[in-house]
Write a protein that binds this ligand. Structure first.
Ligand code: NAD
Ligand code: ZN
Length: 361
């Protein structure tokens, strides 16, 4: 399956399917590239898929230089990016030698970041291996590293040359990472496509057990929706905000818990449920719409509430969210399944009441 991302001269294709890497690497020769690649991965992912990919690339006549970083969000740092760039310089990597990112969102984000900086930009290919990376982070060109003062605070827009999503790599993904990724999948249904949301409702168990009869369609649809939104607002000046559905509260909770308590998708699940309740409190939707979202999140054992001890910090963080303008938090709220609006003028006391009454364990 192929999903085009239409961004003028920065357009590219997402290839989705089982065991596609042989066919994808065979296309390496069609791009105007030097016969050398810089492969960036983390030790965990490389253990499973590194050497077979290296062989496929070598078969195409490319020399492979591999750099492995430690797994985990802490490695998505300025220091780590500096080390990678140093290795690229020491290896005297050419300006047309592509950076290949084999891994989850952490590897993809930092690979894109160094690819954008090295010699003012070298080509870059995403080979996402987590559900979150396949449906979200590998598409759209947002690349960044974290800073102690804020997540993703140092970054730019830098589109890949191609995205190769091999669904076979998802087999080894731990269950909690799988379910966290599903939160972003649900998000696409709520913000864009009621029929897709119904598809998810009708296949909850197949999806939970990663059944090949539903995964290609599910992941393809997510990529189509992300591509559509990014195609209309590449630089995040308006529409792209809707991808932050559930993230306003989610980010506030991640930050309140110092990114240790919840995976990103888990915090987003709580944030999406919060946004549903907020929309209900504001009279934008009926209760049964809230219940549909709640049901699917609970079925997939995603959290929808958090402990009271984080409440005050969450509320504080909400007020200082980066999407705040004039002290008003931007919420993405549904008016139905498949349709959201950006709402900026919600009084703080309403937000506090809805969170207190619905989101506390
Ligand atoms: P991750 O990259 O940390 O991967 C999660 C864990 O799974 C890691 O320990 C990794 O080693 C392991 N792993 C990865 N693939 C595996 C596989 N196939 N089998 C077994 N283990 C595997 O986390 P993530 O959830 O993929 O990405 C999170 C990051 O993505 C965050 O830094 C977030 O900011 C970023 N992100 C970026 C965008 C964007 O638009 N650029 C969007 C959403 C999220
Ligand atoms: Zn997200």
């Amino acid at each position: 399956r192929k999903v085009p991302v239409n961004l003028g001269e920065r357009s590219y294709t997402i290839t989705i399917g089982y065991e596609i890497l042989e066919e994808c690497t065979a296309e390496l020769g069609t791009f105007p590239l030097e016969k050398e690649v810089f492969l960036l991965s983390d030790r965990e992912v490389h253990k499973y898929y590194g050497s077979s990919l290296e062989t496929l690339i070598a078969d195409q006549g490319f020399k492979v230089r591999t750099y492995l970083m430690p797994p985990g969000e802490e490695a998505k740092s300025w220091e780590q990016a500096g080390e990678i760039l140093e290795k690229m310089l020491e290896g005297n990597l050419g300006r047309k030698a592509p950076v290949l990112a084999l891994g989850g969102g952490v590897v993809g984000d930092i690979a894109g970041f160094v690819a954008a900086l090295y010699r003012r930009g070298v080509p870059f290919i995403q080979i996402p291996t987590t559900l979150l990376a396949q449906v979200d982070s590998s598409v759209g060109g947002k690349v960044a590293v974290n800073h102690p003062l804020g997540k993703n605070m140092l970054g730019t827009f830098y589109q890949p040359l191609a995205v190769w999503a091999d669904l076979r790599t998802l087999d080894t993904l731990p269950d909690n990472e799988w379910r966290a990724g599903l939160a972003e999948v649900v998000k696409y249904g709520i913000i864009w496509d009621e029929a897709f949301f119904e598809f998810l409702e009708n296949h909850t168990l197949e999806i939970l057990r990663r059944d090949p009869s539903v995964l290609p369609e599910m992941i393809e649809r997510c990529c189509q929706i992300k591509a559509e939104v990014v195609g209309r607002d590449e630089k995040d000046e308006g529409l792209r905000n809707i991808l932050n559905f559930g993230h306003t509260l989610g980010h506030a909770l991640e930050s309140a818990t110092h990114y240790k308590e919840y995976r990103h998708g888990e915090a987003v699940a709580i944030g999406m449920y919060g946004a549903m309740e907020l929309a209900y409190a504001l009279g934008m939707i009926e209760k049964d719409v809230v219940t549909r979202v709640k049901d699917i999140l609970e079925l997939w054992e995603l959290p929808i509430r958090f402990p009271a001890k984080f409440l005050e910090t969450v509320i504080q963080n909400l007020i200082y969210d980066k999407k705040v303008s004039d002290k008003k938090v931007l919420f993405i709220l549904p008016t139905a399944i498949g349709k959201v609006e950006m709402v900026r003028d919600i009084p703080q006391d309403i937000i506090r009441r809805v969170v207190q009454e619905n989101l506390i364990l």
